[in-house]
Ligand binder design. Structure first.
Ligand code: KG4
Ligand code: ZN
Length: 335
């Protein structure tokens, strides 16, 4: 059979990304232009600045992705683009670029959900096996997603307030660490110990939902109370205590879902999947489970990129799913 070449485009947040992927698993190129430096001084992503940066570099990023893959637009089978969720102005830049290319080169469009992309990042490691469970943890999402088969997604649990990455970034701010704070907390936690008593929020016994805002408030209260008493907080230990609480709940709920649903494969996904504490805990928890295949994506594929969008797009393309030429950006799109 003929090879399938998909051009992926991703602009949902603060990375402008394009990639060329062959047969849904071979990365011919993966170009990511990060805007982190432009947002750092504001302590978070500023939507208006994000859109403007995407517009400035979108064309260059696509050209570079094609060039690095040594592929022309004529050879591409379809263009896969993130239609949501994300910042509407940011998403629109990628969607419009994809539509323009689809129109100019007469190529089909495939609309991809950002979280589907994060999950399919694991297809670069090894073939996905179903039924599958994915723990999706990013700056905007914390979800347990059950997949009975390729291209079918059931969200069995999600956060009721802050996403895990959001909690990391907020706690990092309390510790005066630069944006995005997740990687800094991760590094500090490695040199600290779980000495501060922070809550584990499990919600109802049978729920797969998460809640991290209470944990964030507990960290704020703790640091205020200690400051009032004139005591100094030990930042490494606070980072380690916070991380221990997040990881314990994430892994605990994942373990229960793995057992109750009897899945064949567990895959980690999203920016927080880069977290060393979480990766280690997942490995340790399931090392003895011989029925379960555990996939943890390489660090470069955890955070936002377009190769993952092209990989998910390949499956949808092969299933005959197409985006319309009048497709729009959907900031609150459901999986
Ligand atoms: O998936 P992603 O790149 O963008 C979204 O779709 O949100 O995730 C970004 C999030 C940020 O909150 C960042 O702080 C977090 O992932 N993150 C980490 C680590 N690396 C990135 N959080 C904890 N530990 C890390 N090593
Ligand atoms: Zn993401």
């Amino acid at each position: 059979t003929k090879d399938v070449l998909i051009l992926g485009i991703e602009t949902s947040c603060d990375e402008t990304a394009a990639a060329v992927v062959k047969n849904g698993k071979e990365m011919l190129s993966n170009v990511v232009a990060s805007q982190i430096e432009s947002h750092k001084r504001f302590g978070g992503v500023v939507p208006e600045i994000a859109s403007r940066h995407h517009v400035e570099v979108m064309t260059l990023v696509v050209e570079e992705a094609l060039e690095k893959a040594n592929v022309t637009m004529e050879e591409i089978d379809a263009i896969a683009v993130t239609e949501g969720p994300g910042l509407v102005g940011a998403l629109l830049v990628g969607v419009n670029a994809a539509k323009a290319l689809a129109f100019a080169f007469q190529k089909p469009l495939v609309n991809v959900h950002h979280i589907a992309g994060h999950i399919y990042a694991n297809a670069f490691v090894k073939p996905l096996q179903f039924p599958l469970l994915s723990l999706v943890v990013s700056g905007g999402h914390t979800e347990l997603v059950y997949m009975p088969e390729d291209g079918v997604f059931e969200v069995i649990g999600e956060t009721r307030d802050d996403a895990a990455g959001e909690a990391y970034d907020k706690v990092a701010r309390i510790l005066s660490l630069p944006y995005p704070g997740g990687p800094h907390i991760d590094r500090m936690a490695a040199n600290g110990e779980d000495t501060y008593k922070l809550p584990r929020v499990w919600l109802e016994e049978d729920s797969y939902d998460f809640s991290f805002s209470g944990l964030k408030s507990a960290v704020i209260n703790l640091s205020h109370n200690m400051a009032q008493r004139g005591e100094e907080i030990q930042p490494e230990n606070l980072a380690a205590s916070f991380q221990a609480s997040v990881v314990e709940v994430l892994v605990g709920k994942t373990k229960r879902a793995v057992e109750e649903l009897g899945v064949k494969q567990l895959v980690l996904a999203g920016g927080v999947a880069a977290n060393r504490g979480l990766r280690q805990a997942i490995e340790d928890t399931f090392v003895d489970n011989e029925q379960l295949d555990v996939v943890i994506p390489p660090l470069s594929l955890c955070t936002d990129n377009a190769a993952m969008i092209a990989a998910a797009g390949t499956v949808l393309y092969q299933q005959g799913k197409r985006g319309k030429m009048d497709m729009n950006a959907h900031p609150n799109l459901d999986l």
